[in-house]
Write a protein that binds this ligand. Structure first.
Ligand SMILES: [Zn+2]
Length: 216
């Protein structure tokens, strides 16, 4: 599936290694032997970790606070968390305060490559939109002042999830650290790994890993 302009990363096993490439070559780039489609090779595409935020309605998303992930991601410090509504608008709490950006006005460089933290099923869409308006208008998020430490993008998203009461998410919303460990860290760890592999393959054409580390 290609929903991005970046090539997919393919992994196959040969000569005791996992080898990452954009396209499986005829000969192993490590040992030079011809690659047959034997049981050992079995190429598979690494799951692409990113989504386009505006095409992911009623979601909690993470984006890189500067540009897209594959080019700019350094570490999880510069991650920004936001929501989408049922028609793909971005709703976020950032230094200017509460921002509600329609999908067509969204900066594609920033929001075209995001991590999906969670998405509710369609049956929840109207409740999600209703709760979003309630939290913004009645709970006062429209009037609050941003504070990098005390009142930031996380505060808004967690407060929203607290009111939404969807599945076990509400069990984690009172502790940012717990929420992060449960929902953010697994996603950002995989994305960081994918980015590392992607950049190495882009630089050198392939990258070989020892078998004991995980492909995905
Ligand atoms: Zn080999």
């Amino acid at each position: 599936m290609t929903h991005n302009r970046d090539p997919d990363v393919v992994c196959f096993k040969h000569c005791g290694r996992k080898i990452f490439v954009f396209a499986v070559p005829s000969y192993c780039p490590v040992c030079g032997l011809p690659l047959t489609q034997s049981n050992e090779v079995l190429p598979f595409t690494l799951p692409y970790p990113f989504i386009n935020a505006t095409q992911s309605p009623c979601s909690v998303i993470l984006c890189s606070s500067r540009g897209d992930f594959l080019s700019n991601f350094r570490n999880s410090v510069n991650l920004h968390i936001a929501l989408t509504d049922s028609i793909g608008s971005i709703v976020e709490f950032d230094s200017p305060g509460l921002l509600w950006t329609p999908a067509r006005e969204v900066d594609k460089a920033q929001w075209g490559q995001c991590l999906l933290v969670m998405q509710v099923p369609e049956a929840w869409f109207s409740e999600w939109d209703r709760m979003l308006r309630m939290v913004i208008d009645e709970e006062g998020w429209k009037r609050r002042q941003y504070d990098e430490e005390l009142l930031n993008c996380y505060s808004f998203v967690l407060d929203f999830l607290r009111y939404l009461k969807y599945e076990d998410f509400s069990l984690f919303v009172n502790d940012r650290q717990k929420f992060s460990t449960k929902f953010i860290v697994p996603k950002s760890t995989y994305a960081a790994k994918y980015i590392t592999i992607f950049r190495r393959v882009k630089e050198s054409g392939c990258w070989a890993d020892e078998m004991n580390s995980e492909c995905s």
